[in-house]
Design a binder for this molecule. Structure first.
Ligand code: LLP
Length: 422
């Protein structure tokens, strides 16, 4: 479903022109479509039919409270990786008992908070962590629900920074160690085994690695069954890719039915969770930025815009190509090739390179596919306020995060007395 479309040469998010939003709230601005978010979530929710799967939206891809509240309203569960994310879920009226907690280095405080909140599962990633959960549960007098996150040594065929399922990655434990962890948990009165978890990477554009990992995990669960440990639940993680340029990722429905087919063929009677992030949020959002200047050098044209790497770090961090389009198409302007760069003092500060654009100073551009891992990875580098965030609901829009003020950026800092002026 395409929520971001041109009409009369104007770029719209559903029924609101981006120019109208930019005029009202300024730039840079993240703008998300409620309709697209709901549609994508529903595709996952219905995609496993007649089977059911618990959709646990991966909070890290876009953790704005309004987005989480929308997911909660749809009936979503959540995948979190910190106490902070759990706090967000709770404040957005999400349910802890539908939430899984992943992450390799959960602190004692985070484990306590999760257990007290009634988390659905702590996804364990090492023997030391299982021991810590055991002690913490004992001191609280509760039984901790745990899953073991296995590392199936499968190549996700994606950017190395977002590949998590290879033996050399810090994530999960290999099958041998997982067997030990399951044995320990099985014998502990303080631990309740929920199931197996696996997540091999993000922005996967082929089904093969996902299916491969699934087959390995089913093999392993059969092995566990042979030693008397029955596994009733499988958490398959997230990772389905989206189209930023010319990638051909499977559709959400294709992804779901491929998983369903393997479970059927293998006669696996386990219940299922998935943790999609990007496939729900990426193409539901854009980053709107304004052209401040145009600069021509001997070799290049630069579009100097007010959005920068602190607002959207994906291009330089992952060599990510994200489409950049005009918010208003003006056919009287001649198109030229531009590097779209921001005001931050780094050569890596670019949103896109070699883009054909018809622009003048003052025009606005939209970076597409920016709903996932955009605002959440923004920083105050160069003392720049993080962007405002907007949610479009058909013909209306709301500010769901205000642009930071200078006072908000500086309020946690202080100057020790001895450094005050004499
Ligand atoms: N579950 C676990 C345990 C994860 O580590 C992740 C993502 C997800 C689910 C959601 O994956 P998704 O469906 O969004 O692919 N910042 C990077 C992506 C990092 C992904 C980290 N883990 C980027 O901008 O490409």
């Amino acid at each position: 479903m395409n929520s971001i479309t041109y009409r009369d040469n104007q770029l719209y998010v559903d029924n609101v022109a981006l120019a109208t939003i930019a005029h009202a709230v300024g730039t840079p601005a993240y703008v998300y479509s409620r309709r697209a978010l709901e549609w994508n979530w529903q595709e996952f929710n219905q995609g496993f039919s007649p089977r059911t799967a618990a959709i646990r939206y991966s909070v890290k891809s876009n953790s704005n409270l309004a987005i989480l509240a929308l997911m909660a309203k749809l009936g979503s569960g959540f995948d979190i990786v910190s106490g902070g994310e759990l706090e967000r879920v709770i404040r957005a009226h999400g349910k802890a008992n539908q939430t899984v907690f992943s992450g390799v280095a959960k602190s004692k405080k985070e484990i306590e908070f999760a257990l007290k909140s009634g988390i659905f599962s702590l996804n364990v990633e090492s023997p030391a962590e299982l021991a810590r959960i055991h002690i913490t549960a004992k001191s609280l007098g509760v039984v901790a629900p745990v899953s073991v996150r296995v590392n199936p040594d499968v190549d996700a065929i994606t950017h190395p920074h977002i590949s998590t399922g290879l033996r050399e990655a810090k994530f999960g434990v290999d099958f041998e160690q997982a067997l030990e962890l399951f044995r320990d948990a099985h014998h502990s009165e303080q631990l309740n085994i929920i199931g197996i978890a696996v997540h091999i990477g993000s922005q996967m554009t082929s089904l093969e690695p996902i299916i491969d990992a699934l087959e390995h995990v089913i093999d392993f669960s059969e092995q566990l069954g042979e030693v008397g440990i029955e596994i009733h639940h499988l958490d398959l993680g997230g990772g389905l890719g989206v189209r930023y340029r010319d990638e051909q990722p499977p559709t959400i429905r294709e992804y779901c039915s491929a998983i369903g087919e393997v479970l059927d063929r293998r006669n696996a009677a386990m219940s299922l969770s998935i943790e999609p992030g990007r496939a729900i949020t990426a193409n539901a959002g854009v980053l709107v930025t304004r052209v401040e200047y145009i600069k021509q050098t001997a070799t290049k044209n630069f579009a100097l815009v007010d959005g920068a790497m602190n607002d959207l770090i994906r291009p330089v961090l992952y060599d990510a190509w994200m489409d950049i389009v005009e918010v208003r198409q003006d056919h009287n302007i001649e198109a030229a090739l531009y590097d779209v760069v921001g005001p931050v003092c780094e050569t890596g500060d670019y949103l896109g390179k070699n883009r054909m654009l018809a622009i003048d100073p003052g025009d606005r551009l939209a970076v597409l596919g920016a709903g996932a891992y955009g605002a959440v990875m923004a920083s105050n580098y160069n003392t720049r306020p993080r962007p405002v965030e907007i949610l479009v609901d058909d013909e209306e829009f709301d500010v769901i995060r205000s642009r930071e003020s200078i006072d908000e950026m500086l309020c946690l800092e202080s100057i020790p007395d001895q450094l005050s002026p004499d």
